[in-house]
Design a protein around this ligand. Structure first.
Ligand SMILES: [Mg+2]
Length: 255
């Protein structure tokens, strides 16, 4: 059994660890399930996430964590792009540099956009200008928010909207969930059968499962915490396993 597990809203919410889910993942791993973490959050590298997950007692190697930043870098690299302007944080920059891209502030062949918690009007305007001038417009994801229990936080999709409106262009590619491309980045040419996608967002995680022909589990933490009874029933009817936490998921999978 292979599980594709989301991070924000599933393993943690901001600084807070969701231990009921971590315990479920430990149980699944002990029972022999293979875990691969797939996140739309490009602010850290795979390596940094693997380090954080190991500190929680999960056995995870960096290649078992795929961010939307890594998926975006795989796409621009395949397109033969060299010079890239980045709106994003260190995790995204490092993924792009690691595939050989040069980071530039003008004359970019592609503008790659992820969550940037220090985004400023000046650089966003510059990036929109590059896109208007013909650079490829690549998004890591369109998530509207970032799960956090202490305060409201806008997601990468909000920054993307700024660039779409100001450049007058739609993105050429969105690398993260729900695009199955991110699973191709994770599994290469391996078959995508026998996968269960686990996450807290219908528009990204559940949709990814459907797009990839995989099973889906929605966990009612993070963004799904307030899901009402009727929506839960509707999701169950279309084959989604809806669970309150990942200990319950382990039970439902007979573990
Ligand atoms: Mg999530």
């Amino acid at each position: 059994m292979r599980l594709v597990v989301d991070l924000d809203g599933v393993v943690w919410e901001g600084e807070e660890v969701l231990w009921e889910n971590v315990r479920g993942l430990q149980r699944l791993q002990e029972a022999g399930a293979r875990l691969v973490f797939v996140t739309n959050n490009s602010t850290l590298t795979s390596e940094a996430y693997a380090h954080r997950l190991s500190a929680l007692g999960l056995r995870i190697r960096p290649e078992e964590v795929v961010t939307s930043g890594k998926a975006a870098a795989a796409w621009t690299s395949r397109r033969g792009v060299r010079e890239v302007m980045v709106i994003g944080e260190d995790g995204l920059r490092e993924e792009l540099v690691s595939v050989g891209h040069e980071l530039v502030e003008e004359g970019a062949e592609a503008v790659v956009v992820g969550l940037d918690r220090r985004a400023c009007y000046e650089r966003l305007s510059r990036a929109a200008g590059e896109i208007r001038g013909g650079a490829l417009f690549v998004l890591t994801n369109r998530d509207p928010t970032l799960p956090s229990r202490s305060r409201f936080l806008a997601g990468a999709g909000a920054i993307a909207a700024f660039l779409e409106v100001s450049s007058g262009r739609s993105p050429d590619f969105v690398a993260g969930k729900p695009n199955p491309w991110i699973l191709r980045t994770a599994f290469g040419d391996d078959a995508l059968e026998d996968l269960i996608v686990v996450g807290d967002r219908v528009e990204t995680d559940v949709k990814l499962a459907f797009n990839a022909g995989a099973r889906a589990a929605l966990v009612l933490t993070g963004a799904a915490r307030m899901t009402d009874e009727e929506s839960r029933r509707r999701l169950e009817r279309i084959g989604v396993m809806v669970v309150k936490d990942l200990e319950e998921l382990a039970k439902r999978l007979g573990i």
